[in-house]
Write a new protein. Structure first.
Length: 178
């Protein structure tokens, strides 16, 4: 779920070519979203582009929009909040997402999802994964669905961390596949 997931199709290996795409998308803010994505500003002059939207109503008769972020637990800008509270950077990121997408909340149910690089969830992310896991459990009958979902998310965050660390080393090429 790290930034590299946007540049590498699901299930594909990370290659030097996809690492270039990953680097390009992470370093150029204007290229984060393709031109074909809808501007959700509603003519308000805002550049709002959530990561996704449901086609059917999610809660209270409104479709859901979500935006995911993975703040660095040890970034200098987050140390004051992560030292004071576990998951502090995730909580701060979710609050910021809530403020950013506030103009859309009358029409959509907003779910800001923030999971720190060390795995701490924000309150909204934890509640969303719990609800999603409960819905999967209800549909499949497998009581372990929420646990499996959390494990998959944890692996995705760890893979993103590995790609980030490997990308900082110049003397070695990135692995062919994580």
């Amino acid at each position: 779920m790290a930034c590299h997931a946007r540049g590498v199709p699901a299930g594909n290996c990370v290659t030097p070519a996809s690492m270039t795409l990953f680097t390009d998308r992470c370093t150029l803010p204007e290229s984060r979203h393709s031109r074909s994505r809808q501007d959700w500003g509603g003519g308000l002059g805002q550049n709002l582009r959530p990561d996704g939207v449901t086609l059917l109503p999610w809660a209270r008769g409104k479709p859901m929009i979500w935006d995911y972020t993975c703040p660095d637990t040890f970034a200098a800008s987050h140390l004051s909040v992560t030292q004071a509270m576990s998951g502090g950077a995730a909580e701060q990121a979710e609050r910021n997402k809530g403020l950013k997408y506030a103009p859309l909340t009358p029409q959509y149910e907003l779910v800001p999802i923030a999971i720190e690089t060390m795995g701490a969830y924000g309150t909204s992310a934890w509640a969303f994964v719990s609800l999603l896991g409960a819905r999967v459990t209800r549909a499949t009958g497998d009581r372990r669905a929420t646990s499996f979902l959390r494990q998959r998310i944890s692996v995705a965050v760890q893979r993103g961390n590995a790609v980030s660390v490997r990308g900082t080393r110049r003397e070695s090429a990135p692995p062919a596949c994580l």
